[in-house]
Design a protein. Structure first.
Length: 238
């Protein structure tokens, strides 16, 4: 038998029909499933997305990750969860960690995998790519993100203002994740760079609670949902 393997499985943006065939196959072969959840609750949108594809009786374990930017608290959570994953892999040899979108893009999985390798160096880590929220949102809004020699950029809304200004001026199209706490400031920045008229906003793309905003300025009045992104630019199909 080969050594222990942890799979980082991208389950897509939330629509169960956007799971890849490879993700479904890997999940059906797993001996243990890990999902991330807030330390304040045990709810997982990633698990909701894949539940119908898990064989009956597959153990599902929630790993608590605090919703904070405090580095010390995050480090402790990553370390504790990596130790737990290492113990399970020593027993069961195969496990998967579910992540919305793609495990290589703004995912907790990278932190977990790096710490796992410290505790269990012989473990192998494999990434199963998933459709990103950026792709799903562009499809939902009927937008082409890049053609020919154009540049398409994905960035965090938590980036410094000067970084976002530079990107908004230079990229043909720009998708901003993690805008929820900085929505008002980001919209003002986009207005300053002249990109606000070509900005679109969507929350919970692919979920039943999906909301497409007719005007991105609607986000300015209050904090939008965590799963909200902005698409700046892009070419409409019609």
């Amino acid at each position: 038998m080969s050594g222990p393997v942890l799979y980082g499985v991208g389950v897509g943006p939330g629509d169960p029909e956007l799971l890849t065939l490879k993700a479904v196959r890997v999940l059906r072969e797993m001996e243990h499933i890990f999902v991330a959840s807030s330390s304040k609750n045990d709810y997982s949108l990633a698990l909701q997305t894949v539940r119908e594809h898990l064989p009956p009786g597959t153990p599902v374990e929630r790993l608590p990750f605090p919703m904070t930017r405090e580095r010390r608290v995050l480090e402790e959570a990553w370390e504790e969860n990596a130790c737990r994953v290492a113990r399970v892999l020593c027993e069961k040899n195969r496990a998967a960690f579910l992540t919305l979108g793609d495990p290589a893009l703004f995912s907790t999985f990278g932190h977990l995998a790096r710490r796992l390798k410290k505790h269990l160096p012989r473990a192998e880590v494999r990434l199963i790519p998933g459709i990103t929220a950026a792709q799903a949102a562009a499809a939902r809004l009927g937008l082409l993100l890049a053609e020919g020699e154009e540049a398409f950029v994905i960035a965090s809304g938590l980036a410094a203002d000067e970084v976002l200004q530079k990107l908004s001026r230079e990229a043909s199209s720009l998708v901003l994740y993690k805008v929820y706490r900085r929505a008002g400031a980001i919209l003002r920045l986009l207005e300053k760079t002249g990109r606000l008229p070509e900005t679109r906003a969507i929350s919970f793309c692919g979920f039943p609670e999906e909301k497409i905003y007719s005007n991105p300025r609607e986000l300015s009045g209050s904090t939008p949902p965590y799963f909200t992104l902005l698409i700046v630019g892009g070419k409409p199909l019609d």
